[in-house]
Design a protein around this ligand. Structure first.
Ligand SMILES: C[S@@+](CC[C@H](N)C(=O)[O-])C[C@H]1O[C@@H](n2cnc3c(N)ncnc32)[C@H](O)[C@@H]1O
Length: 258
């Protein structure tokens, strides 16, 4: 009995040490980039990953009921973040027109959704789509508080953006594609939600072995060409890559539903 108890104790110690090690590694990585800071807050104790997911557990921080949204506002909405600093240039790439319907997929703290709502105007509509219950609650309150009347917050699934067929003219995926656990299913749902001729903009991290940081290589599943191939495989046409002034770590690519 005593041996079993000691063996269990040893196992518990080994598991606890492994978790501490994982967290320590993340804390070290956190010094590398702003985004990596987020890994320091990872809850490593429960693994609920699905083996079919291409990036198991990548969204655990956003699905954590204890997530502190304000912390993310401070991480996402800072000028030192490329995709925040270049937000106006990035959005110009999507060329939104008054009256259009656009979806901000993985809206996070919603700063892009606000810019989109402004760009499509009172006759247009913006969908702020999220899988994170905490972001969904925050977004709804934020739009209401600011009296923004042309945005709907949508709580979606991990394998679907949960918008009806032909309901949008454009979709925007910024710093989110590498968070898709089921990219083929999610992109297929986007294909159906878009009108013919509808466009998709993807902004994500360059991932180039030997050039990208260790954090990027570990956190971002696929490089640009793989992303292009995957999105084309769903039926989208690749349109172009756009140069965004100030981009060093990210790229902007655009697709079209035929
Ligand atoms: C790194 S954040 C980027 C947030 C925002 N787009 C920005 O650039 O500030 C990634 C976001 O994608 C969301 N997300 C992850 N997988 C998703 C999915 N399958 N569908 C919708 N949102 C998703 C997460 O909850 C998180 O808010």
């Amino acid at each position: 009995m005593r041996f079993v108890f000691l063996a269990k104790l040893a196992l518990l110690f080994a598991l606890t040490s492994a978790n501490v090690l994982a967290q320590d590694t993340a804390v070290t990585d956190a010094a590398v980039t702003d985004a990596a800071v987020t890994d320091a807050a990872v809850n490593t104790t429960v693994d609920v990953s699905d083996p079919k997911s291409v990036s198991p557990n990548i969204n655990r921080r956003f699905l954590d009921p204890q997530m502190d949204v304000q912390e993310w506002v401070e991480r996402f909405e800072v000028e030192s973040r490329e995709v925040y600093h270049a937000r106006d240039a990035i959005l110009r790439g999507l060329n939104l027109k008054p009256g259009e319907r656009v979806a901000d997929i993985g809206a996070g703290t919603g700063f892009y959704s606000l810019l989109m709502a402004d760009a499509v105007g009172p006759k247009g509509w913006t969908f702020a789509v999220e899988i994170s219950p905490k972001f969904v609650a925050y977004l709804s309150g934020m739009f209401e508080g600011r009296d923004v009347n042309n945005v709907t917050t949508v709580m979606c699934d991990e394998n679907s953006i949960c918008l009806p067929p032909n309901s949008i003219d454009a979709a925007f995926i910024c710093d989110v594609y590498h968070h898709f656990e089921y990219p083929a299913e999610t992109m297929t749902s986007m294909f159906h939600a878009l009108e013919s001729g509808g466009r998709v903009a993807v902004v994500d991290f360059e991932r180039v072995a030997g050039l990208s940081s260790e954090w990027t290589m570990g956190h971002v599943r696929a490089g640009k060409q793989t992303v292009i191939d995957e999105i084309q495989a769903v039926g989208f046409e690749f349109v172009a890559e756009r140069d965004i002034p100030g981009f060093k770590d990210n790229y902007y690519i655009e697709f079209r539903k035929p």
